[in-house]
Design a protein around this ligand. Sequence first.
Ligand SMILES: *[C@@H]1O[C@H](CO)[C@@H](O)[C@H](O)[C@H]1NC(C)=O
Length: 295
Amino acid sequence: MAASVFSCYTNVLLLLVLTSLTFGSLMVAFAANFNQDIDITWGDGRAKILSEAKLLSLSLDKTSGSGFQSKNEYLFGKIDMQIKLVPGNSAGTVTAYYLRSEGSSWDEIDFEFLGNLSGEPYIVHTNVYAQGKGDREQQFYLWFDPTAGFHTYSVLWNPGRIVFYVDGRPIREFKNLEGFGIPYPKNQPMRVYSSLWNADDWATRGGLVKTNWTQAPFTASFRKFNANACVWSNGASSCSNSNATNKTWLSQELNSTGQKRLKWVQTNYMVYNYCMDTKRFPQGLPRECNVTNKA
Ligand SMILES: *[C@@H]1O[C@H](CO)[C@@H](O)[C@H](O)[C@H]1NC(C)=O
C-alpha cells in the first residue's frame, strides 16, 4: 500500500515535471519576440520590429539597406527563421541570413537569397567558412515561390555536422572531417545576422540584371525566430550545466529518409556545386570534395 502510494506520488511528480518541460519548450517556441532576441544594427529606420515584436521587416532603397543581429552568441544549435523574401522584381537584391563568429579567422554558415525579375526564380546561395576560409558555395532553386509566403530556413550546427534545411527538408550537409585535416567550425561562438542589401554587380545572372530602383523600397519579412541552441556567455556554454532540456539536435544526424530527401533536392534543384567546379580549382578540388561523396 505504502509502496503504491509512493509510486503514484512519483508518477504525478514525473508528470508534473514532464508537463512543465513540455510547456517550457512550447513557451520558447511560441513566445518568439524580436525585442528580446535581436538588435537592429543598421539601416537608419529601414529595419522595423512590428506586430507586438512577432514580425520584423528589413528594407532596401537606393540610399541604404538594413540589418539585424541576435543578442545572443551560440556554440551549436538548431536555429530556425521564417522568411518571406522580397516580392516582385527583386533583381540585384540579396537577403542574407547567416551565423558568424568574430575575428580574422572566423567561422560562418551562410544562407543568401539572390533576387530575380518578377516570375524568375530566386537562388538560395549557401556557404561554410571555417577559420576564415570559405569558397564552398552551393546554390539551389526552390520548389515553391519564396515571396508568396513565409518559409522556414534552418541551420543545424553540432559538433558532427552542419545541415541547411528549407521547410524541414535538408538541402546541404557539411560534415566534420577534421579527421582528414579539414577545419570545422566548433570552437568559436557565432551570432545570427540578417541583412537586405544591394549586390547587383553579381547577384542576378552573375550581375547581368541590375536593380530597378523605381521598384524600391524592397522589403523582406521575418518571424518565428527560434534558437534551440547552446548560448555562449562569459566564456561558458549554457549546455554545459546538465539541465534536463532536450538537446537531441546536439548529436542529430541525417537518417536514411533525410539522406533521400537531401538527394532529391541536390538532384532536382542544385544550380551550382563548388565540388563540381574543376575549372575553378585547377590545382585540384578542395579536399572535402574528394573525402565525402561530393560534400
Ligand atoms: C534568374 O532567372 C534567370 C532566368 O530564368 C536564371 O537563369 C537565374 O538563375 C535566376 N536567378 C538568379 C539569382 O540569377
